[in-house]
Design a protein around this ligand. Sequence first.
Ligand SMILES: *[C@@H]1O[C@H](CO)[C@@H](O)[C@H](O)[C@H]1NC(C)=O
Ligand SMILES: *[C@@H]1O[C@H](CO)[C@@H](O)[C@H](O)[C@H]1NC(C)=O
Ligand SMILES: *[C@@H]1O[C@H](CO)[C@@H](O)[C@H](O)[C@H]1NC(C)=O
Ligand SMILES: *[C@@H]1O[C@H](CO)[C@@H](O)[C@H](O)[C@H]1NC(C)=O
Ligand SMILES: *[C@@H]1O[C@H](CO)[C@@H](O)[C@H](O)[C@H]1NC(C)=O
Ligand SMILES: *[C@@H]1O[C@H](CO)[C@@H](O)[C@H](O)[C@H]1NC(C)=O
Ligand SMILES: *[C@@H]1O[C@H](CO)[C@@H](O)[C@H](O)[C@H]1NC(C)=O
Length: 290
Amino acid sequence: MLLILFLLTITGCSALNCVQIQPAQIYNGNIVYIPGGNGSLQLLPANYNCTYQILPPVNYKTGLYAKVILKNGLRGANDFIIVTDVDGKTTTMNNRTGIGGFPFDYLVFPGAQFLIQVTTKSVLMNSMFSITVEYHNAPIGPTSTLKTGSEMNYFEMATIRDGRNVFSSRTFTDKDSVRVQHSKLIDYTAMFAYATTPVIPEYVDMKTFFSGFTEVLEVVNFNSTGIIMQDLVITSDTCNAYVVDGPPNNSSKVIMDISNATMPKSFDLKYFSVINLDCDFVFGVKSYDN
Ligand SMILES: *[C@@H]1O[C@H](CO)[C@@H](O)[C@H](O)[C@H]1NC(C)=O
Ligand SMILES: *[C@@H]1O[C@H](CO)[C@@H](O)[C@H](O)[C@H]1NC(C)=O
Ligand SMILES: *[C@@H]1O[C@H](CO)[C@@H](O)[C@H](O)[C@H]1NC(C)=O
Ligand SMILES: *[C@@H]1O[C@H](CO)[C@@H](O)[C@H](O)[C@H]1NC(C)=O
Ligand SMILES: *[C@@H]1O[C@H](CO)[C@@H](O)[C@H](O)[C@H]1NC(C)=O
Ligand SMILES: *[C@@H]1O[C@H](CO)[C@@H](O)[C@H](O)[C@H]1NC(C)=O
Ligand SMILES: *[C@@H]1O[C@H](CO)[C@@H](O)[C@H](O)[C@H]1NC(C)=O
């Protein structure tokens, strides 16, 4: 099971207080403005250094995702903002990037960590910034097995899309290991998830983008049991890809070899994972029609 840590680390604060999001502010529908205000740019003092932490919570039944809007109004040439995205990648902004309060949007999935370091130098340059964090429910299916150590991260796109209660996917990177077969340990480079619906299949394109690239797709039927895989088309000469039961943890068992699979294939399961070690292929997945 994932632990939810509401870590409130107060780091190197000065005049404007480095106030983190409080646990009581983290609930569905809430909007938090940092450092206050209404989402418009706010003035930064000199010598400011604060790392804002956005840690949307998750447990294995429910979670929240965060929509983050960052506005960069830096003016001082030496002032900067460092964004550490959910995949650990950092982006540095300064007074030449995205100036004028142009909003940058990010999505932080349940259980992920997202950091924004805001640093100004000793001279007050009237630099400004604003961070808006919106929390939304991210229903997690009862069998989404977040306890695997490799996080399955879902968020409900409906609230930011068209209002339908449909889950969607998000790609993120991970360094966890997967044991597939023959006691073979694999580091996968990308991982994403789909929730199935009945009737209309969700089409998935899996590709080996570069040598050594491996990816995992987790397919979950949230509402019932039974997933159908159909319309498999393999476009690479060789195909090293598998369907494993459960999440791609080190005790997963291969239940289908993609290279010689026959379609459509019914899985009497709530979820499975597709592991692509070296193959280009497309297929559809849907829930059993009830
Ligand atoms: C936000 O606050 C600023 C003053 O800080 C004000 O000028 C602006 O009109 C406000 N915007 C909205 C949408 O309320
Ligand atoms: C600012 O804070 C970060 C950690 O949040 C720290 O790594 C960095 O050294 C600090 N920089 C300054 C100039 O204090
Ligand atoms: C960024 O800093 C440079 C050097 O001080 C300055 O000339 C420029 O006007 C600044 N840009 C903005 C948008 O403030
Ligand atoms: C792998 O997943 C299965 C099925 O969810 C679970 O029973 C098992 O404990 C997991 N093993 C590890 C090592 O996480
Ligand atoms: C699950 O079932 C509910 C109620 O029937 C429905 O509103 C929702 O769209 C379904 N979700 C999926 C992912 O099929
Ligand atoms: C499987 O994963 C678990 C949890 O991460 C770890 O404790 C265990 O040593 C792993 N087993 C093997 C055979 O790698
Ligand atoms: C697919 O190929 C693997 C080995 O390449 C073999 O073990 C398996 O039986 C084959 N499955 C089918 C359905 O032909």
